[in-house]
Write a protein that binds this ligand. Structure first.
Ligand code: ZN
Length: 290
């Protein structure tokens, strides 16, 4: 758990696994450009056996003096991911793990979605008697209006497509429940908690900024997927909708945070996840704090 002034930030890990081949995940990576980094990538960030990049899938529990906020909601149980066997109709212990941190679903005041990909909204809903219902009965679910409208449009254009499964199972039930709050991409949640536009990965992708007293942090969602992007900020992922814009948003965030005390809390870096960005030559490196 990290203290950020009067706030605390605690990760709730759903899954950490060797996820994808580096060259499939980062189409611009090559064996030659990756080779100089293998000494620090192995074994923490790259699995020696499968040679896949290791990804963590986690939510952040942000406690402020006023609210308990769940930032992103992982993969979920029972969700349909026909192309990802380790995610498909998972039966994980996320709710029990939340309870181990002293929280029942009813204690969450806000679920804050950095964007609406399937591995960030899974626990938005759960399957009860064959229906998808909001997991957090007292929560408002905050999402960028731009993001919600983009995925609503994608779903309308291809309601049976694989990419529509997440919208159908994890987003639409929230919109229909009345618990969704659609906001501008620079929305302020409360004093010291505000969104910042970081489009590219998806059109309505946001960073969550925290500031309390002299302390600050940035929850970067999928602006940065893997620490190799500090060495190669120009590498956007295969999951980025607009790779050039994703690069611009990533570089702006990295340059803003580099050599400052602002803590980076990424979504997918292998545990331990949080750290500081430092400049190193004409690129950047990572200093873990946990
Ligand atoms: Zn994503």
């Amino acid at each position: 758990m990290q203290a950020i002034g009067d706030f605390t930030l605690d990760a709730l890990v759903e899954l950490q696994e060797p996820f994808m081949d580096p060259f499939d995940f980062f189409p611009d990576a090559t064996p030659e450009t990756l080779a100089p980094h293998l000494d620090w990538l192995l074994p923490r960030y790259m699995d020696p056996e499968t040679r896949r990049f290791i990804f963590c899938f986690q939510s952040y529990i942000l406690r402020t003096p006023r609210h308990t906020i769940l930032v992103d909601a992982c993969i979920g149980n029972d969700k349909s991911f026909p192309h990802r066997p380790t995610w498909h109709r998972r039966q994980g212990s996320f709710i029990a793990d939340l309870a181990a941190k002293g929280l029942a679903p009813g204690d969450i005041d806000f679920v804050l979605c950095t964007h609406l990909h399937g591995d960030h909204v899974g626990w938005n809903t759960q399957l009860v008697d064959g229906r998808w219902v909001p997991t957090f009965p007292n929560a408002k679910y905050v999402m960028a209006r731009t993001e919600a409208e983009y995925w609503r449009g994608r779903h309308a254009a291809d309601p049976e497509g694989v990419r529509s499964l997440t919208f159908t199972e994890s987003v639409q039930p929230i919109l229909e429940s009345g618990q969704a709050v659609l906001v501008d991409m620079d929305h302020q949640m409360e004093d010291g908690v505000w969104l910042e536009p970081a489009p590219g990965h998806t059109p309505g992708n946001v960073v969550v900024n925290l500031k309390s007293g002299a302390a600050s942090a940035a929850l970067s969602g999928d602006v940065i997927h893997h620490p190799i992007q500090l060495s190669h900020p120009e590498w956007s992922s295969m999951a980025c909708e607009d790779k050039a814009l994703s690069h611009a948003s990533r570089r702006a965030l990295i340059e803003r945070l580099a050599d400052t005390d602002t803590l980076l809390a990424p979504a997918h870096f292998a545990r331990p996840t949080c750290g500081h960005i430092v400049s190193e030559g004409d690129a950047f490196a990572y200093r873990l704090v946990e």
